[in-house]
Design a protein around this ligand. Structure first.
Ligand code: ATP
Length: 337
């Protein structure tokens, strides 16, 4: 027996005017209690996708199902979907507690207090939105969406107004909260690190199309193509000649996850490469062309026969510019495609 996902988008498309589709045949599933991040370059169709799920935008083609029900043509307020968009949309004439209880089934003051405590705003219930900072307003909007207990919440840049420290803490707390609630979350962010750390799965879009969707670590370690690899963080795009379980590259032979033959390409993250100075009678693979000190780690730029390779090093003896080095790769790599 197959279990129907909580939210299912199938073959969604949307164009504006005669232009090219801004969302093009997009299919995605979200399970109960799952957090899915939608990421991609500006203009790739993330917000349009959220707006179609919310019901503010009608797809030209495709279907949106929530808990087994087709909601494609249903009005936003009848979908059972909560949302927190960038403008928070708090009611200015209502107190924070009244805002939190707005869509809640249980409107007891203790309920507002409980949700405000969850988002770190205990004691703020009697204030009005204009007496709060942008980050606090954002947390009230989150508390309001949780209190309404929808099956799915859509979040558009939910932590964008928080400073770095508060952002990381709020993210951790909200993640724990959501995981305990069973609510499914579809969220859009411009922050790749946030997508990887907050989401269970990430979906990478480009030009309206879904390029890859999978567990965060899977997409980071095994990107389907060079675009996804580069979009999710610094990497080396390596090409080489596969010979069964190994591939010949400028770094030397590298073990492959799956046997292949002929020319291939893959992503090799800087932290997966180990670097050391070449021994006296050992052939060097490259030469350190520059060193970037970043406090907790170092990045070396290594010239390997004309190809520049980035290598991150957490500790160990520091190498200087000009050092002749040997590089090695831990584990096996996955070829694109
Ligand atoms: P960003 O990361 O910059 O927020 P996004 O991935 O969320 O971008 P969308 O807001 O979904 O992208 O927009 C996708 C494309 O659709 C853009 O080129 C945008 O200009 C266009 N678009 C969005 N809404 C409309 C509209 N109502 N009318 C015409 N074009 C629109």
């Amino acid at each position: 027996m197959t279990v129907e996902p909580l939210l299912s988008l199938s073959h969604l498309s949307r164009s504006f005017g005669a232009g090219q589709a801004v969302v093009d045949d997009l299919s995605l599933d979200l399970a109960a209690g799952e957090i899915l991040a939608l990421i991609g370059p500006s203009g790739c169709g993330k917000t349009t996708t959220l707006r179609m799920v919310a019901g503010f935008e009608t797809p030209d083609r495709g279907q949106i199902r929530l808990a087994g029900r087709d909601v494609t043509g249903i009005a936003p307020e009848k979908r059972g979907i909560g949302m927190v968009f960038q403008d928070y949309a708090l009611f200015p004439h209502m107190t924070v507690a009244q805002n939190v209880l707005f869509g809640a089934a249980d409107r007891a003051p203790a309920t507002a207090a409980r949700y405000l405590e969850m988002v770190g705003l205990a004691g703020y219930g009697a204030r009005f939105p204009d007496e709060l900072s942008g980050g606090q307003q954002q947390r009230v909007a989150l508390a309001r969406s949780f209190a309404a207990a929808p099956a799915v919440i859509l979040l558009d840049e939910p932590f964008s107004n928080l400073d770095a420290g508060l952002r990381a803490r709020t993210r951790r707390e909200i993640r724990a909260l959501l995981k305990a609630s069973g609510i499914g979350i579809l969220f859009v962010t411009h922050d790749q690190e946030e997508a990887l750390s907050f989401a269970d799965r990430v979906a990478v879009m480009k030009d309206g199309r879904l390029l890859q969707c999978g567990p965060a670590a899977e997409v980071y370690d095994r990107p389907s193509d060079p675009f996804v690899a580069g979009f999710l963080g610094r990497t080396n795009l390596i090409t080489g000649e596969a010979r069964g379980e190994s591939c010949d590259t400028v770094l030397g032979p590298i073990a492959l996850e799956r046997p292949a033959s002929g020319p291939i390409g893959f992503s090799l993250r800087p932290e997966r490469i180990a670097i050391r100075e070449a021994g006296a009678d050992e052939p060097a693979r490259g030469r350190v062309s520059s060193v970037e000190f970043k406090g907790h780690d170092l990045t070396y730029w290594v010239d390997c026969n004309g190809t520049e390779i980035q290598v991150d090093q957490m500790g160990g003896p520091r190498l200087s510019e000009g050092a002749e080095v040997v590089l090695s790769v831990t584990g096996r790599v996955a070829a694109f495609g």
